[in-house]
Design a protein around this ligand. Structure first.
Ligand SMILES: NC(=O)c1ccc[n+]([C@@H]2O[C@H](COP(=O)([O-])OP(=O)(O)OC[C@H]3O[C@@H](n4cnc5c(N)ncnc54)[C@H](OP(=O)(O)O)[C@@H]3O)[C@@H](O)[C@H]2O)c1
Length: 182
């Protein structure tokens, strides 16, 4: 960010910001056992506070004076709208982060904001769920998607994201899932 401050910001016609960072947090305790505030702090620091603050810093740099067109994509999840057992950190963090970007969208109507939910994608995170989630039924469902090869590749979900962005059929701030028909 410091290096950007030294640039001539006017040379950027447009910026694209993708908030992709994400972690699952511990997946072996139910809500009543989540009493260690340090674990909550660590989880929310990475998954909610850092994206929110980073976004603010970028918007302060590319402010109204630079007249830069802005696209901001928050990578969210179905689990930001649907509860999953033993996934309190992940579900609540995704919901909070998504709502932050919805507020950001209504406050900044000139900025194009998308909350994109990429579907089940074969990444390290996906294998973490297959290995560590305490909910055996959901764990089995995730493993089944691997064996049946119905899990998505990164390429598939990125192509869908590009299509969603190209078609522009969503309203700024909306949650759009890989499987949504727009
Ligand atoms: N995979 C799925 O099925 C799925 C479904 C719905 C939503 N998502 C969302 O998609 C996004 C990407 O997840 P993924 O599946 O690609 O998971 P992943 O393979 O575990 O990648 C996580 C990403 O977060 C970064 N990250 C994790 N911990 C970090 C830390 N302490 N400091 C800095 N960066 C850190 C990683 O950076 P490094 O590569 O540098 O480690 C990586 O870019 C996440 O927001 C996730 O919630 C994934």
């Amino acid at each position: 960010m410091q290096s950007l401050k030294d640039q001539t910001l006017h040379q950027f016609d447009r910026i694209v910001v993708i908030h992709n960072v994400g972690s699952l947090g511990p997946m072996n305790q139910c809500t009543n056992d989540l009493t260690d505030i340090n674990v909550w702090h660590d989880y929310y620091d990475l998954n909610v506070f850092v994206p929110a603050i980073l976004n603010g810093v970028i918007m302060q740099i590319f402010n109204e004076k630079t007249n830069t067109e802005k696209l901001v994509v928050n990578i969210t999840s179905l689990y930001g709208t649907k509860p999953g057992k033993y996934l309190s950190y992940y579900c609540s963090g995704k919901a909070a982060r998504e709502m932050f970007f919805k507020v950001f969208a209504v406050e900044n109507p000139e900025i194009n904001v998308l909350n994109y939910s990429p579907g089940p994608v074969e990444t390290d995170m996906y294998y973490e769920i297959c290995n560590d989630l305490a909910d055996k039924q959901v764990k089995t469902e995730f493993k089944d998607m691997l064996t049946k090869k119905t899990v998505l590749t990164c390429e598939q979900t990125v192509n869908r994201l590009l299509m969603v962005l190209k078609e522009q059929k969503y309203k700024s701030g909306d949650h759009v899932d890989y499987y949504d028909e727009l």
